[in-house]
Structures are given as structure tokens and as C-alpha cells.
Ligand binder design. Structure first.
Ligand SMILES: *Cc1c(COP(=O)(O)O)cnc(C)c1O
Length: 345
């Protein structure tokens, strides 16, 4: 399966029948999602840390007020579980009972595995061979069948889609699923209920579901709030596609697995133009420096993707000086080996 067609062929998968791109979710779908996930997932905290503001100040971001949305406190340590639970809860019983297949570098797989466990159904997750062992162990512990196939996420994705067709499982795509986008949008709903007076929300981007979800909610609640995506410059497929208006692949060289996608996703891309104020790139080094800072100053476990928003703020002091900014700390699933390398002298 290739998702690299020009924009005028969006929804047409190469070599297969024409597939309609699903309709983008609307704000009411976010309200429905909140109702569906409420029995299973609690709200996560939105905290300020004087030490984090001071660190930003020291880096030249004068007078900014930073809020951290703690999606690392979700039961699987990442925001995606909001989407998995929403999708599983919304499906017809018969479809849910057949079980799910998904491809993931880890957190989408944990989300689907968690949802399958909550609803007592099967989950088969295909991960790339170098997947983060912390995430793989969590998926297995949740009861998912985990298969390691291929060197990259995109290889694993092709394998999972074929497996789903063979075994009549519901393939849960990590990007082109309106129910996932509506589910993860509940994160921004919580942010704005807790702190409506914000100038900007900064969200890490892999497939782009999280950032368009934030845009959908912020546009509805207060169009004055800027929604800014951030991606690793070493895996800029979503950024290049957003910039060019076509679905274009890009080299995938990032070590930040939460945002490691080589191909763009059609549905979030179709929503991005209207919903993002800006989309920036930061280096892996900047993301790793921001990860150390987040861990030190908030005393939380933060995975590198979850620190990308802080990296974006530190990279552009003039833009964020004096502004009130929510940073979506999207996940905390860092392995002991990654932590060791991050803090190695
Ligand atoms: C998936 C993921 C992202 C990227 O989210 P998308 O919705 O794919 O853009 C960022 N951070 C973490 C921790 C993730 O698991």
C-alpha cells in the first residue's frame, strides 16, 4: 500500500480499488468521543513548572508561561489511547468482536491493545524490528499478539494491512481514522477547559492526528489560539506534504520513534491546511536536549516525542516570548537504554 499519490488522487490507493477518504471529524464528534472514553480514561493534569519557565527564560524565551499537558500519565503512557478507546467503543459489536490489527512503532499499538483489552477482543500489532522494547512489552502485557516485521513503520504498516485482510480483522490505521482524531481531540478539550487563556498550543507531529485534533478544538473554542505542529527535521514527510499541498514521502532518519513516519497520511493532511497556524521542524539534537530539560525540570518520565513542543519553543525565542503556551507532552514511554544514552556524560 502506498500513500504517496499527489493530492488530487488522495484516497486512491495504488494498485487497489478507489478508496474514499473518510470524512474528517467535526467538533460534535469530539464531544461524543469524550462521552465514550469517560468511563475508561481519566483527565490528565495540565501543570505549570516555575523551573521550566526559568529554563525557557535562560534560553532567551523571555516572560513565557508554559503549561504541560501530561499525556505521559495515560495508562499506556501516551495520548493515543484516547483514540483507540473511542474507536473501539464506537464500532458495531460484530466488527469489534472480530478484533483489530494495527501497525505501530509502539504507542498506537499500545492504544489499540489497551482498547482491545477493555472491550475483551483480539489485537494483532505489527511493529518494526527495532521497536522500543518498553512499548512492545506493554502491548504483550495488555494481551496483544505482537509481530516484528520490517525495518520501518511503513514496512510494518503494509504487513499489518495485508494481515487484517487475511484474518478479517478491523485494520486500525494510525492516521486515516476519524474516530482516532476525534478521540485524541479530547486532550485539547481538557486543556482549554482547564486553561482557556492561551496564546498557543504546540503539538508533536508524526501522522498528524494529534495536531489536527488540537486544531479542530482550538478553532471551535477560540480561533485566536495558535496551533503549531512540530516534527523532527530528520523525518519531515508530514511537514513537506503540508508545505507542498501534495502527499510526498521524505527520508526517515529520526531516532525519535513517536514521530518517525516516512509517508504522510491523507486524512490529517487534508485537515491540516485549515487547522494549523504553523508547522515547524526541529533537529533530533534539539529534541533530545528538550527531553533532558523536561525530565529534570518536571521530574516526569518523558519520551523524546513528548518533548518536541518544548524544543520548538526553545528554538524560536522571539516568537514565544511573553506568550502563554500549552505544550502537549504526548508520551512518556522511554526505555532504560534510551534514558541512559540521553544522560550519558
Ligand atoms: C504518535 C505519537 C506522536 C505523533 O502523533 P500523531 O498523531 O501521529 O501525529 C507524538 N508523540 C507520541 C508520544 C506519540 O506516540
Amino acid at each position: 500500500m502506498s500513500l504517496t499519490q499527489p493530492a488530487d488522487e488522495v484516497g486512491q490507493l495504488a494498485g487497489g480499488p478507489a478508496v474514499e477518504l473518510p470524512a474528517p471529524p467535526e467538533f460534535v464528534d469530539v464531544l461524543r468521543a469524550r462521552q465514550r472514553i469517560a468511563p475508561y480514561l481519566r483527565e490528565t493534569p495540565l501543570f505549570r513548572y516555575p523551573q521550566l519557565d526559568a529554563a525557557a527564560e535562560a534560553a532567551g524565551v523571555r516572560g513565557a508561561a508554559l503549561w504541560v499537558k501530561h499525556e505521559n500519565h495515560q495508562p499506556v503512557g501516551a495520548f493515543k489511547v484516547r483514540g483507540g478507546v473511542n474507536l473501539a467503543a464506537a464500532l458495531p459489536d460484530e466488527e469489534r468482536a472480530r478484533g483489530f490489527a494495527a501497525a505501530s512503532t509502539g504507542n498506537h499499538g499500545q492504544s489499540v491493545a489497551y482498547a482491545a483489552r477493555v472491550f475483551g477482543t483480539r489485537a494483532v500489532i505489527v511493529v518494526p524490528e527495532n521497536a522500543n522494547p518498553v512499548k512492545v512489552e506493554s502491548m504483550r502485557a495488555l494481551g496483544a499478539e505482537v509481530l516484528a516485521r520490517g525495518a520501518t513503520f511503513d514496512d510494518a504498516r503494509r504487513h499489518a494491512a495485508a494481515l487484517a485482510a487475511d484474518e478479517r480483522l478491523r485494520f486500525v490505521d494510525s492516521g486515516d481514522e476519524p474516530l482516532l482524531i476525534a478521540g485524541v481531540a479530547t486532550c485539547t478539550l481538557e486543556i482549554l477547559e482547564t486553561q482557556p487563556d492561551l496564546d498557543a498550543i504546540v503539538v508533536p507531529v508524526g501522522s498528524g492526528t494529534g495536531v489536527v485534533a488540537a486544531g479542530l478544538v482550538a478553532r471551535t473554542v477560540d480561533p485566536g489560539i495558535e496551533v503549531i505542529g512540530v516534527q523532527s527535521a530528520a523525518a519531515p514527510a508530514a511537514h513537506r506534504s503540508w508545505q507542498s499541498g501534495a502527499l510526498v514521502d521524505a527520508p526517515m532518519g529520526t531516532a525519535v520513534e513517536g514521530v518517525a513516519t516516512g509517508s504522510p497520511f491523507a486524512l490529517p493532511q487534508a485537515m491540516m491546511r485549515a487547522l494549523l497556524d504553523d508547522f515547524v521542524l526541529v533537529s533530533d539534537d534539539a529534541i533530545h536536549a528538550a527531553t533532558r530539560l523536561m525530565i529534570e525540570k518536571t521530574r516526569n518520565l518523558v519520551e523524546p516525542a513528548g518533548a518536541a513542543p518544548l524544543a520548538a519553543v526553545l528554538a524560536d525565542p522571539a516568537r514565544f516570548a511573553g506568550r502563554r503556551v500549552a505544550l502537549v507532552c504526548s508520551g512518556g514511554n522511554i526505555s532504560p537504554a534510551q534514558l541512559g544514552a540521553l544522560f550519558a556524560p
